[in-house]
Design a protein around this ligand. Structure first.
Ligand code: SF4
Ligand code: SF4
Length: 367
């Protein structure tokens, strides 16, 4: 295992973090706990979860595993990250108490302000007492480090990351969107924030389309998943990459990516950048620059769903992605809310015909 310092906390964190959002309802709690323990035995020491992952079960599965892992925690430390969407102190406290109960812990190591979408939204939440509440929880020993998670672009992250001495940031980052998000890593480095990255496999698009992403491979024998994870490992500004683990094979593949990691020369990174441009000519890269629809339409999620059609050539893949991955239950007329203001198209880094794609999406949704 590779370990890296989590920003100014100085804590050694495994470069592979356990993402707890991928357990399936068909799995037994015992099996999930065993998988978590197997990750711990293999050297993973960062365990990420959230109250709503896996219909609220993720924290419970961790709680089961931690009951065993706590027996060796002094010699072999592990760290737990969970989150809250809330902004007012009583609700944050309620969330935290529920998480602690489910996890069987007295304190959360890394507590995340969850999902900051825009700097204005951050300021609004701070105005409701968000940061004061987090600071009080820290003073009371219920949380150790204050962090935030976000889908903002690099420029926007800059507006938030220096606002408070945050210990860490959680970002969506992968070989698919690195060209657009990279700047955020430099801001985090300057702010001495640890960086955890989520979605390192592009929401499953990379493993589902190995041919299309073969340009990531540095060696013949590596899988495209290994190549995508090694690409992230190559950036020392990333402390840990959270890989969603639902099965032993996910854990094994991620571990083998770390074990077989070799530094990628700068000229090869440039080749990957070029490959990215070619492969993604018509694909949404998930950069999130269009995520400010005045009507609240989640454009990046819809364009990601359209990606599934482009990659699979099956129209049904659009509705499936919306329903099963993003949990968007639109009917066909929902997109009528779009006023065609063009704001999203104008900000699209890929110059995608978003509105034309909406029409195609609309046809695939139930009436
Ligand atoms: S064109 Fe439609 S989807 Fe795009 S920002 Fe305007 S209202 Fe939202
Ligand atoms: S639609 Fe364009 S701007 Fe929006 S997330 Fe996709 S690539 Fe980025």
């Amino acid at each position: 295992m590779i370990y890296r310092k989590f920003g100014k906390t100085g804590i050694d964190i495994s470069a592979l973090g356990f993402g707890g959002m991928r357990f399936e309802s068909s799995q037994s709690p015992e099996d999930c706990a065993m998988l978590i323990q197997a990750g711990y035995d293999a050297g993973i020491n960062y365990f990420d979860t959230a109250p709503i992952y896996c219909n609220g079960k993720s924290e419970e599965y961790y709680g089961r595993a931690f009951a065993e892992m706590k027996k060796t925690r002094t010699q072999k430390p592990f760290y737990v990250a969970t989150k809250t969407f809330e902004s007012r102190e009583p609700k944050i406290r309620r969330d935290l108490e529920n998480s602690l109960k489910r996890l069987g812990l007295d304190c959360i190591d890394f507590y995340y302000i969850w999902c900051i979408l825009r700097p204005e939204q951050y300021r609004e939440r701070v105005g409701r007492g968000l940061l004061d509440a987090f600071v009080r929880l820290k003073e009371q020993g219920l949380i150790r480090h204050i962090c935030f998670s976000t889908h903002m672009s690099g420029n926007e992250i800059e507006k938030v990351i220096y606002d408070y001495p945050f210990d860490g940031v959680l970002l969506g980052y992968s070989a698919m969107n690195f060209a657009y998000r990279e700047m955020a890593l430099s801001f985090a480095e300057k702010a001495k924030c640890g960086v955890a990255v989520m979605n390192p496999l592009g929401g499953g698009l990379i493993p589902q389309n190995p041919q299309r992403f073969s340009f990531l491979k540095q060696r013949q024998e590596e899988t495209v998943v290994e190549a995508a994870l090694r690409f992230l490992l190559n950036d020392p500004r990333i402390t840990t990459m959270l890989v969603g683990m639902g099965k032993m094979k996910h854990l094994q593949e991620a571990l083998s990516a770390v074990d077989g990691f070799k530094a990628i020369p700068a000229e090869n990174i440039e080749k990957i950048r070029l490959g990215l441009k070619e492969a993604f000519n018509e694909l949404c890269t998930g950069c999130g620059y269009c995520n400010y629809c005045p009507e609240g339409i989640p454009v990046p999620k819809l364009m990601d769903s359209y990606n599934q059609y482009l990659l699979s050539h099956k129209k049904q893949a659009i509705a499936d992605r919306m329903k099963w991955h993003w949990e968007i239950f639109y009917r066909g007329n929902h997109l009528d809310k779009c006023t065609r203001c063009m704001q999203c198209e104008r900000s699209c880094t890929q110059h995608l015909p978003i509105l034309a794609r909406f029409q195609e999406i609309q046809k695939e949704l139930p009436n």
